[in-house]
Design a protein around this ligand. Structure first.
Ligand SMILES: [Zn+2]
Length: 231
């Protein structure tokens, strides 16, 4: 046994692992959110979601779960407590519910909405990339994490309205000059939360300008009401 395993074993005896969402004990050193919590996530009501305004550069948007208190706890543990594996698990669970038409995307790839390098260094990982990784594993669709770069370090959009969000995200992304875009026909942009779509729209714009025909958005969650606070 490695010393690291021994220390992990001892620390889980003294501090038994608990679910980051409900604080119940988990009998595993790997899981961070318990199964009951994962299974309590509520699917988005498709009829309501389809009434949302979709920004001009995105062909279609899918959101899987409702941004409720439970989702908020899970996403908080993913984004602010260093648990990138939650994103991978979330992506795998999303892949079960993704529409069949999305699974059939031809010569398509998953592209996570990138973080600005400063934010990436602070967090140590990109939560959207972790989610996209889980989706890629679940659906056997390739993942490309280098196609676009974020060049504008935007502040939090929580207090901004739709128009302010759009302005805030303008010119936030560029195509990475090293990437080979010719072979790509369709991109599925992956993000954690879809609110007004300003972030996805800005990323989709540079992809469209680079000649990609179809850009579809896929978010882990979306708020049921417009006024629900999102990150
Ligand atoms: Zn739990």
């Amino acid at each position: 046994m490695l010393l690291k395993d021994l220390i992990n074993g001892l620390s889980s005896l003294i501090f038994p692992p608990v679910c980051k969402s409900c604080n119940k004990r988990i009998d595993s050193n790997i899981d961070i959110i318990c199964n009951e919590c994962w299974n309590r996530l509520v699917r988005v009501d498709k009829e309501i979601f389809l009434q949302k305004e979709i920004p001009e550069n995105i062909n279609k948007v899918y959101a899987i779960f409702q941004f409720d208190d439970l989702f908020q706890k899970i996403i908080h543990a993913l984004k602010y407590q260093g648990n990138s594996s939650i994103g991978v698990e979330l992506g795998k669970r999303m892949s079960i519910y993704v529409e069949p038409e999305m699974v059939n995307i031809e010569r398509g790839i998953f592209v996570p909405v990138p973080l600005h390098p400063i934010k990436y260094r602070e967090r140590g990982y990109n939560q959207a990339e972790a989610i996209a990784r889980g989706l890629s594993i679940g659906l056997y669709i390739p993942l490309n994490t280098r196609l676009i770069k974020r060049v504008k370090n935007t502040s939090t959009q929580t207090k901004l309205n739709a128009e302010e969000r759009r302005k805030n995200m303008e010119s936030a992304f560029v195509i990475d000059s090293n990437s080979d875009i010719v072979e790509i026909k369709q991109v599925v942009l992956v993000d954690d939360v879809f609110t007004t779509g300003s972030t996805m729209n800005s990323a989709a714009k540079v992809l469209k300008e680079a000649g990609i025909n179809k850009v579809v958005g896929l978010a882990a969650a979306t708020p049921a009401q417009e006024n629900h606070k999102t990150p």
